[in-house]
Design a protein around this ligand. Structure first.
Ligand code: URA
Length: 207
């Protein structure tokens, strides 16, 4: 059972997001357009209070055109669920919309080409809180080279958004010892979200 009270509607429309997706999916601004199977725009509630940002699509996401549907995505769903958020209640996307071959890290020119799509998405969704997954995504958004450890555990302002940074689910799959730290980050984020949005998210249980 979901233990949530809904946030008031932010006024954005699914149509605006759908229109942006229609334009974006034709993108050929970088070489990844030549290797992708699908453009992975993002999905979820167009007026979500919480947006989740990952790094880039992997093989399953490239094949399906949907973000976070592979093993990392299944773990992300569990993390969100443990915090009282249904997947369809939040908005999920990535910094890069196309899969880098072999899942290598995004290159600077790819980030530069792709970032305007993310900024436009966020301008439409207008999330109150953003959860950033992993060091690569956090370093990209904050344009720094700080360690993940030094960025976790606090709210970080980026533009008008209150951001929380935690481990990428792929890292948690490799290092289950980091799950406890991630859960602490998520609980911190939940408390902040509830204060901002006037909702109640009681943690269901650890994922
Ligand atoms: N990893 C990411 O960062 N994003 C996805 O969509 C899938 C895996």
């Amino acid at each position: 059972m979901q233990n949530i009270l809904s946030r008031e509607d932010s006024g954005s429309t699914p149509k605006e997001l759908a229109l942006l997706q229609e334009t974006a999916k034709e993108c050929r601004k970088c070489t990844l357009a030549g290797t992708r199977l699908n453009f992975v725009f993002g999905e979820g509630n167009p007026s979500a209070g919480l947006a989740v940002i990952g790094e880039a699509p992997g093989a399953e996401e490239d094949a399906s055109g949907r973000p976070f549907v592979g093993r990392s995505g299944q773990l992300l769903d569990k993390i969100l669920q443990a915090a009282g958020f249904a997947r369809q209640e939040v908005y999920i996307c990535n910094i890069l919309k196309c899969r880098p071959p072999g899942n290598r890290n995004p290159l600077q020119d790819e980030i530069k080409s792709c970032m305007p799509w993310l900024l436009e998405q966020l301008q439409i969704v207008k999330p109150k809180v953003i959860l950033i997954l992993g060091k690569v995504a956090a370093n990209t958004i904050f344009e720094n080279q700080l360690s993940l450890g030094s960025m976790r555990g606090k709210v970080a302002k980026w533009k008008e958004y209150d951001c929380f940074i935690t481990y990428h689910p792929a890292a948690l799959l490799r290092n289950p010892n980091w799950k406890r730290g991630c859960w602490e980050d998520i609980q911190l984020m939940m408390r902040h979200y509830d204060q901002l949005c006037g909702t109640i998210h009681a943690p269901i249980n650890e994922y």
